[in-house]
Design a binder for this molecule. Sequence first.
Ligand SMILES: Nc1ncnc2c1ncn2[C@@H]1O[C@H](COP(=O)(O)OP(=O)(O)OP(=O)(O)O)[C@@H](O)[C@H]1O
Ligand SMILES: [Mg+2]
Length: 304
Amino acid sequence: MLDFLRQEKISEKLIAEIKHYRNFYKVNPDVEYRIPTPKYNYYGKEIWEEAITAIICGENLLLVGPKASGKNVFAENLSAAFGRPLWDISFHVNTDFSSLIGEDTFKNGQVVLRHGPIYECAALGGFGVLDEINMARNESIALLHAVLDFRRVIDIPGYDRIPLKDSTRFIATMNYGYAGTRELNEALVSRFMVIDMPTISSENLMKLLRQEFPNMKDNYVEQFTGLFKDLQKKSENSEISTKSVDLRGLLSSIHLIDRGLKASRALEMGIVNKSFDNFEREIIEDVIHLRIPENVERSEIFSN
Ligand SMILES: Nc1ncnc2c1ncn2[C@@H]1O[C@H](COP(=O)(O)OP(=O)(O)OP(=O)(O)O)[C@@H](O)[C@H]1O
Ligand SMILES: [Mg+2]
């Protein structure tokens, strides 16, 4: 992971700080298995620098951005870079104190607290990913205020006041615009340093495609990158919605093409069919066909 950061030209000073952090905060062997080995690298030098600096300064992060902008990939990459065990905690309308911190259970005839993920993460000094934090009801996560600000403490009624391990950090993610997303309350947002996740740049998308598909021919690396950017532009100009601007869908489609499915059918599944409006689908298909000929053979796209 640190080699990747060097390759991305992250400053040696920041890399040295990460190393220091890793040496200073040992990981409990019981949770070593939680340190992720990322499937994808996150590309975006500025974002890396902002996040690393904030984490070193003890801050928690809120990653805000559209779908498939790499929020979870980045959270996982950060956890791997800092060598921390990771807890993935999905927020939803019923998220409450007991699901986050813990609840009473009976054990050998006694009432004990069954620890929730926030509790474990805090007690073991991990990185807690508060995924889709704006899906939860603000009032039911008010308990996080003391966890996330200078108090760094979990205060459990009837139990104890547990301080967070120094190395604990929380990385929240949120999407805007989805049906069902809520506005986060200002007091909660105030407890994070906020990173506005950009859509991937052409240069970085080419790197990502080369990494993911080493056998893809150069001109197709350019065409798929161009296709994604064309869709993005059309959506920015309000000619189409954001539904088909789906990097996740594009990557999955390319995997299907690599397996031998016809390109137009794979892209239909990954991109076109994300829209349910016939008029919009036609525009999307036209955009695709300008870049990827309808009857293109696999062998034209991949070298082996
Ligand atoms: N800057 C980037 N660098 C590397 N991969 C990226 C980048 N942006 C998006 N991706 C790719 O997009 C896909 C989706 O990433 P991820 O699941 O992290 O998105 P997300 O922002 O959490 O999306 P959602 O809001 O839908 O949950 C992954 O395959 C990831 O590799
Ligand atoms: Mg996500």
